[in-house]
Design a protein around this ligand. Structure first.
Ligand SMILES: Nc1ncnc2c1ncn2[C@@H]1O[C@H](COP(=O)(O)OP(=O)(O)OP(=O)(O)O)[C@@H](O)[C@H]1O
Length: 241
């Protein structure tokens, strides 16, 4: 598991993470949601060990991330940054294989499994700079999948994906969680979070505003307080997963 305790990140005078504590268990799919600027990316990058907090700390299976060398951390915690895109002419397979860099091996079986999981087998030899936005997003996801042993931390992986691909992504993440990984994912699509996540952590102004199963977190009261919008349960036609 990944445990974060009393995290504070300051940007100038402002605390963009303000005393955040949270434990991410293996086997659970956790969605991080919240308004723009709430601190989701900041939190995920601290959890990945890429940003050192001003106070507090993060541990992976009881070992402080700061004590792991960068290579080991990169092997164990896979990270997909927001808007990640490979812009040069590598093939999809080569991009996925970048996930094996911290392992120092070719990891052909892991790369093949990641490509298959992302539905990219038919595109494996295509140059990534010829892909559609959604296909390119899946190629970057395959890179993350090929890497991580313990944890997958993904920042808005569903951006650019159509409904079928979004659902496929969430099912894939559920399977990864069920295989015993820690899986945490930033989502702006609250419907997607509500349908597929085991747990939703709602961030607002650098603090945890709500944390629990979707039915407890996705309430009209939280939506009003955190996002300033009204949500209903019956007015709109719903796409079923
Ligand atoms: N390097 C930086 N310097 C100054 N302020 C920063 C820096 N990085 C982030 N911030 C600020 O910290 C706050 C939290 O940013 P963060 O990217 O974590 O938000 P977010 O919840 O991921 O937002 P979004 O949904 O828009 O991606 C924002 O107000 C942002 O402007």
């Amino acid at each position: 598991m990944i445990a974060a305790r009393d995290l504070v990140v300051r940007r100038g005078e402002r605390r963009v993470l303000d005393d955040v504590s949270l434990i991410l268990e293996r086997g659970m799919l956790t969605a991080l949601a919240g308004p723009n600027g709430a601190g989701k990316t900041t939190l995920l990058s601290v959890l990945a060990g890429l940003l050192v907090p001003d106070a507090g700390g993060v541990s992976l299976e009881g070992v402080p991330l700061a004590r792991l060398d960068r290579r080991e951390r990169a092997r164990r915690v896979a990270w997909l940054e927001q808007g990640a895109r490979a812009a040069w002419g590598m093939t999809v397979r080569e991009v996925a294989a970048l996930g094996r860099l911290p392992h120092g091996d070719r990891g052909e079986a892991e790369v093949a499994a990641a490509l298959a999981a992302c539905g990219l087998e038919a595109l494996a030899e295509r140059r990534v700079d010829t892909l559609s936005g959604g296909e390119a997003r899946r190629a970057m996801l395959a890179r993350a999948l090929a890497t991580g042993e313990d944890a997958l931390l993904l920042d808005e992986p569903a951006a650019d994906l159509d409904p079928a691909q979004s659902f496929a992504l969430m099912r894939l993440l559920r399977r990864e969680a069920e295989r015993g990984r820690v899986v945490a994912v930033v989502l702006h699509d609250l419907g997607l979070a509500a349908r597929f996540a085991d747990r939703i952590v709602l961030l607002a102004a650098g603090r945890i505003a709500a944390d629990g199963p979707p039915e407890e977190v996705m309430t009209p009261e939280h939506a009003g307080r955190v996002f300033g919008v009204r949500i209903g349960t019956d007015a709109m036609p719903r796409v079923l997963p």
